[in-house]
Design a protein around this ligand. Structure first.
Ligand code: SF4
Length: 324
């Protein structure tokens, strides 16, 4: 059996930053601390951070005064941010800067008198956070059917759109095309908001699907971009399975399979991919593993004030002093 690893795969810059914010905040300010919503949509990551002292809450009323609170990578509605900042809490915002960029765009469009259509998935925290940046004048569509059902003045030129960062690039293109034909004067952004990591992983999984008999996507069922990777592979004619960990693999998936492609969602750690390879190797000792040609990503986002290297060094020095 042959394994081909997708390139790129796994952690994106926004996820790396969000996890580092929680880990570093625990080290600098101590445990427990509170995180609103799963910091990123990956079960293993969440369990590891829980073990370090992070408490995940759905509502900030569950956070005691004086505590440290972190907003997840998906962002929060303005009402949540306002409520938190009105309380005596130490707050760090792990919202991915690419999501924050969409938030700012929504506010700017709204202030310029535009109605906004958000292309995304209902109930996803990023969508709730982005739509919650303004009180009115923003409408969610999930599909071409959603566009057809939209009851807005079709000659309106005060209309614009934004997209969830982790949706399918191809689905977004279809919905945008339907929007443009229904609302010919809709204002288009220079570029849609699907992020670089989503785009790159979907491009890579298409190439993987062309070369493989089966694609495994390492990622949690709650992860939007991981689900999209599985769908994109299937649309390219390849059977694809979403697995949280190697333990989810079933032996009969591999009967008659010569080449297995492995990718990982933007919130899935690389060690989970390596565990999948090890489990396959134990069943197929002559397994060969190669990595797809593909660009290395070199995007990185800065840490928020209060969690810089100097803050970490000061916290470590203080700890040493206490124990010395
Ligand atoms: S998937 Fe994209 S938007 Fe989401 S955290 Fe990663 S880089 Fe940011």
């Amino acid at each position: 059996m042959q394994v081909i690893l997708a390139q790129p795969r796994g952690f994106c810059a926004g996820v790396k930053r969000a996890i580092k914010i929680v880990s570093r905040a625990i080290e600098v300010y101590g445990a427990p601390l509170y995180v609103r919503h799963e910091i990123v949509h990956n079960r293993t990551v969440v369990e590891e951070l829980k073990a370090k002292g992070a408490i995940f809450v759905d509502d900030i009323s569950q956070v005691p005064d004086g505590a440290t609170l972190i907003f997840s990578a998906h962002g929060v509605p303005r009402s949540v941010s306002d409520e938190a900042h009105a309380r005596p809490l130490r707050i760090f915002d792990a919202t991915c800067p690419l999501v924050t960029k969409v938030h700012r765009q929504v506010v700017k469009l709204h202030n310029n008198g535009k109605k906004i259509i958000m292309i995304g998935h209902a109930g996803h925290p990023e969508v709730e956070g982005t739509m919650g940046q303004i009180d009115e004048g923003i409408y969610l569509v999930e599909s071409v059917d959603g566009v057809n059902a939209l009851e807005l003045e079709s000659t309106s030129d005060d209309l614009s759109y934004v997209t969830q960062t982790t949706i399918s690039v191809d689905d977004a293109a279809e919905v945008i095309s339907a929007l443009k034909s229904k609302f010919p004067s809709i204002t288009e952004p220079k570029k849609n908001d699907v992020c670089y990591a989503t785009q790159n992983r979907q491009d890579a999984v298409k190439r993987l699907a062309d070369a493989c008999d089966l694609v495994l996507v390492v990622g949690s069922v709650t992860s939007s971009n991981s689900n999209r990777l599985r769908e994109v592979a299937e649309r390219h004619g390849c059977t694809a399975k979403l697995i949280d960990t190697a333990a989810d693999m079933q032996e009969d998936w591999f009967e008659g399979i010569g080449t297995v492609g492995i990718t990982a969602g933007a919130s899935a750690p690389e060690f989970l991919v390596q565990q999948v390879i090890e489990r396959l190797r134990s069943a197929y000792p002559s397994l060969t593993v190669t990595t797809q040609d593909g660009d290395e990503e070199n995007v990185a986002f800065p840490m928020p004030r209060g969690l810089w290297d100097s803050d970490l060094e000061a916290a470590r020095a203080q700890k040493e002093h206490r124990h010395g």
